[in-house]
Ligand binder design. Structure first.
Ligand code: ATP
Ligand code: MG
Length: 467
């Protein structure tokens, strides 16, 4: 139990927003780029994918400019293997298509070229224009300054200034293998600082997802969020409510399936962004002085990180089941105390909590449904007499529900004896299993059912996880 307590203490620690001296970047006055020659940086062509190099060289041969940009340059400078290689060019999408046979144009908001090499796709984008110079009709702003449509080509410099963080706006030039830097990204990269380009508040308002990206990159890269970009986070967290729920789903997955879920969760809570994503969970966490649910969630996230570390898969439904477990558990407990049957209470509450969560994050049905099943199986795992345990074994979600019970038991929220019973049951042969279910461990044989009353069915939640 002790390591868990330490862990919780660590989670409760409120880190001060890192204070890096200096101010937010001003909008440029046409100052030229700083060019770092091949000898002044560490990016070697050996670490760039062959296909990305092919694309860069072919564009160059066709007399276009061609650069790598964004996450790949940032990661190459750190010595990490990039997830993918993004190319930018002055060629328009149709011109890119004319250069490559294996090319498809995609995207409505902004046209992109995808160059296909078997399973690998190299994305080629045309330089995008600078916001202030974009005429009406090319750029549509939503409420609060959010960009809804943005469709103008520009120069490399304009392209640089409309990116999010300085370290994401470095260009690797295939012409001379230099790194071109319009925004001081190289210095920030060397100092390990994550800094928005331009006025932080305005950039967050334009696209509130940048707040989540700030957390994701700072944790992943081990970079400090610049003071000017950390300060507005608390104040602007509510803007996430205006972001389409489908986009937030993608972002939450990127945040929590990064291998750093524990730290990310800690930072999201610190900057009050977690509550904007999972308001009911946050309300439960905030109310619990002993950190009971926090322990559970931390443990589940710790397991997620450990699995990714070992290159094992993580099921998004398990993650969402863990993230929303506390509101489900608390509401089901209240209903059971009022006399509801436990299986029935969990079923109802699972639908309600999931339905309300869908207003914030659009969890696909293929994820939401198994998450609800994991919750609904929890009370059923308590029935260990007779044929019920055997029936449960055949449930497609049994294994996940059992793993879920193990996390609950490990953090003191469920009975460790029950988890232990299931572990022994799974390891037992037929005869032993029959004996175990005859004895039933002397406990929980339909305990809650016997005192249960099936309460009147309340009206269904407005959204029922897509039912
Ligand atoms: P990752 O390693 O997660 O892919 P990345 O930096 O490549 O990190 P992407 O989402 O792939 O992130 O975006 C590619 C690049 O596009 C970024 O590096 C950044 O320059 C730009 N970009 C992405 N999202 C935004 C945004 N919301 N606002 C401004 N620029 C953005
Ligand atoms: Mg990327």
């Amino acid at each position: 139990m002790l390591p868990i307590l330490d862990f919780v203490k660590k989670l409760f620690r409120i880190d001060r927003a890192p204070a890096t001296p200096g101010k937010a970047l001003e909008v440029p006055q046409g100052s030229g780029p700083r060019v770092y020659s091949r000898s002044e940086h560490t990016i070697s062509r050996n670490s760039i994918s062959e296909n990305a190099l092919k694309v860069l060289y072919r564009l160059r041969k066709a007399d276009f400019q061609a650069y790598l940009v964004g996450g790949c340059v940032r990661d190459l400078l750190l010595g990490y293997e990039p997830k993918d290689f993004d190319v930018v060019t002055d060629a328009h999408p149709e011109q890119v298509r004319a250069v490559f046979r294996n090319c498809r144009l995609i995207g409505r908001r902004f046209r992109l070229a995808h160059v296909h090499f078997g399973p690998e796709i190299v994305e080629v984008a045309t330089f995008r224009g600078r916001s202030e110079e974009i005429g009406e009709g090319d750029r549509v702003l939503g409420s609060g300054g959010r960009i809804l449509r943005d469709n103008v080509y520009g120069t490399i410099e304009e392209d640089a200034w409309r990116r999010d963080f300085t370290v994401n706006a470095l260009y690797y030039n295939i012409r001379d293998f230099s790194v071109v830097d319009y925004v001081g990204g190289m210095e920030d990269h060397r100092a390990g600082v994550l800094r928005l380009i331009g006025d932080p508040e305005q950039r967050y308002r334009e696209d509130p997802v940048r707040m989540l990206r700030a957390i994701r990159f700072s944790v992943k890269l081990g970079f400090t969020i610049h003071q000017s970009c950390a300060e507005p986070l608390h104040r602007l967290a509510h803007l996430l409510a205006g972001v389409p729920a489908a986009r937030l789903y993608d972002e939450v997955l990127k945040l929590l399936m990064s291998g750093y879920a524990v730290q990310t969760f800690e930072q999201l809570r610190h900057y009050r962004l977690f509550g904007a994503l999972f308001p009911e969970t946050e309300a439960c966490l905030a109310q619990e002085p002993e950190g009971f649910p926090l322990t559970f969630l931390a443990k589940a996230l710790e397991n997620t990180d450990a699995r990714l570390q070992e290159n094992k898969g993580v099921a998004p439904f398990f993650l969402f089941a863990a993230l929303l477990w506390e509101p489900v558990r608390a509401a089901a407990k209240a209903r059971i105390e009022e006399g509801d049957n436990d299986v029935f209470a969990y079923q109802e509450v699972a639908n309600e909590v999931m339905g309300r969560q869908l207003r914030h994050i659009s969890i696909p049905r293929a994820v939401g449904q198994p998450a609800r099943e994991v919750w609904m199986l929890q009370p059923r795992l308590e029935r260990i007499k007779g044929v019920r345990p055997f029936k449960l074994l055949t449930h497609p979600r049994f294994r996940a529900a059992y793993d879920f019970l193990l996390v609950r038991a490990a953090t003191g929220e469920a009975d460790p004896e029950l988890a232990d019973w299931w572990t022994r049951f799974l390891g037992a042969d037929d005869a032993e299993q029959r004996a175990m279910t005859r004895e039933g461990g002397g406990r929980r044989s339909g305990r809650s059912r016997s005192r249960g009353r099936r309460g009147p069915r309340p009206p269904r939640a407005t959204q029922n996880a897509g039912d």
